[in-house]
Each structure stands twice: as C-alpha cells, then as structure tokens.
Design a protein around this ligand. Sequence first.
Ligand code: AMP
Length: 362
Amino acid sequence: MMLLVVNSGSSSVKLALFEAAEQRAEARVEEIAPGGHAAALARGLAQMGVRPDLLGAAAHRVVHGGASLTQTCRITPAVLASIEACADLAPLHNPPALAGIAAVTDLCPDLPQYAAFDTAFHATNPAVATTYALPLADRRRGLRRYGFHGLSYAAVVRRMTDLAGALPRRMLSFHLGNGASACAILDGCSVASSMGFSPLDGLTMGTRAGALDPAVVLDLAARHGVAGAAEILNRGSGLRGLAGTNDMRVLRAAGTAEAAFAIDHFCYWAARHGASLCAAMGGVDAITFTGGIGENDAEVRARIVNSLAFLGAVMDAEANGRGERAVHKATSSVAIWTVPADEERQIALETKAAIARKEAQT
Ligand code: AMP
C-alpha cells in the first residue's frame, strides 16, 4: 500500500511516499501561495512521479492535537472538528495542516486520511507536569502544557532501541533544529517537556526566545499589541533576536562576539532546561541529540554535555567530532547518542498501526 506523508507548513509542503516502512520518494514544494496547498500538493506528487489514484492512504503531520487527540488516527468529521478547535490553541501551526488535509480531499476525495500529532507523545506526562498553577476557569479553557516535537521523540525511542540494543530507562532527549526542545523520557514514555502550551517555551530557538517571565510578554503586548508581540515572540527572537540570523551555520561562520554570545545562550539554556528535566526522571542514563543542529553541530553537543558533566556524562571528543552515533567515553555513566531525525517514517509506521487497529476491529 502506498502511503503519502504530508507535512504542510505555512509556506512549504513536504511530501514523502512510503511503501510499508520503506521511503520510496520525497518532494518539497517551497513558497506556496496563500490558499495554494492543492496546487502545491499536485506539483509535489508530479515531482515524485506519483499518480494520486495509486495512493492507498495519506497521513498528515498535525502540530496540535489538544487534550483529546492522543494517538495517530483516521481523520473522521469528528477528528477534523477537533483539529479545527485546536487551531485556536495553535493559530500558527494547525491552519497549514488543515489546508493540507483540504488539498488532499480536493485531489483525492475518497482517499482515507490520517493525522499524526506532535503533542500526542506527551500525553503520558503526569498532571503535575502539565498543569499551570492558574485559576480553574482558565485551566478549563485548555491552558496547560502540551509539549511538541513528539513525532521526533517517538522516532528517537524507536531508533534508540535498535542503536543501543536496549532502550535506556531515563533518557534526556534534545531536538535541536530551528525549533528546539528537550524531553524527559522514562521507560520510553514522555514524562516532561521543555515546550508548554505552545512551542514558544523552553530552550533558546532559531526565532523564539524560549522561557520568558510572563511579565515580559505583557510588556511586549502593551507596547506592540497582541499581534505585534506574537510576531516578535515567534519570528523575531531567539538566535535571530540575539545575532540577526536563525541559521546556526551562519552564526558559526560569522565569528563575531554577537554570534558567539548567541551560541553561548543556545547551549547554556539547553543545558539548564535539560538538567531540570532530569529532576523529573530522578536522574539520567542516556542523552540523545537529533535535529539539524543536534545531528550536525559537534561543538553544540559537546558544550551541552560538558555543562551536564556533574550528572556523570563524559563525551568522547573524537567520536563526537567524527559525528558517530555513540559519542560517550567508556567511563561515562551516561550514554550519549546522536540519532538521525526520522519523523516521516514515524508517521508512516504509526499510520500503519492505526490502519491495522481498525482492521482488527472490523
Ligand atoms: P532543522 O530545523 O532540524 O532543519 O535544523 C535547522 C538548523 O540546523 C539551522 O540552524 C541550521 O543552521 C542547522 N544546521 C544544519 N546543518 C548544520 C551543520 N552542518 N552544522 C551546524 N548547524 C547545522
């Protein structure tokens, strides 16, 4: 069965074609016009040489599943309504996925469609980790921590089982890309995440500041209006706010004091949040890195691990420099791994499992 995995952003659509767990083709359509998801989808399929009528199913990456959508599932009218309701919680993130779903419906009206959620992996977090100490009426509106990058972390759990032979019990996982977060994974289940109600919280990111005193948000909203503050917080902060670019490679090449400080800030706060997450697991047995920076930037990995040396983590500098998978010294009491991002395959595997569940029921 041919499965089309669709990752719709506000200005690009990424497609991947899977047959069982094997990726057969991929395509990326950039700079799509507003409302142009259907045309972008058709172009992407043409690029991959795929006829829409040969597809068996499509699966969409959806950032926010809210409190109720906690596993990959078939998109029924009720599920679609829930994703639409979550668009209020994730105004920047869910609308492109909804546009992607509508585009597939336009192109292949009878194709079964599935949704995989970035929040779902964190559904196992205990209430104490997800609850904000806010008045009940506001908590009832859904103001709580959800956590994101869940498909990436689920893929890390799957890959680490293969790479390490057995899954480490207490795993501190970093997803360091343009968006950056860390997650405490106990026995394969998320118990805490650095991201909260939205992907704005936690680590210093490419264009987001990470954790801020809420009074800073109030000040920005008073000065720039709510929409202006949202723009600053989502697109004008983080590495870009500190040094003018969100691209770690450009910062590395810049060699300016500003760029060096931005990298310091990124590493320092990754380690600070990482240590806090270890408290949620009662310690740490393994640290993993994934994402564009986590997989490729040996110096960032080394600096974060060196800041966490008090936990017993000792990096093998040569293995790290060579970009090997296992990058800890034999004497390290904490294993350290780099794990290639594998979100598309994760979506494909979870969709396959959802289809099998459905078939078992009928
Ligand atoms: P992602 O969002 O996972 O695609 O990651 C994007 C980030 O990874 C950007 O900041 C890139 O500069 C960074 N990145 C990609 N390749 C490298 C590399 N070889 N060295 C350092 N950073 C990299």
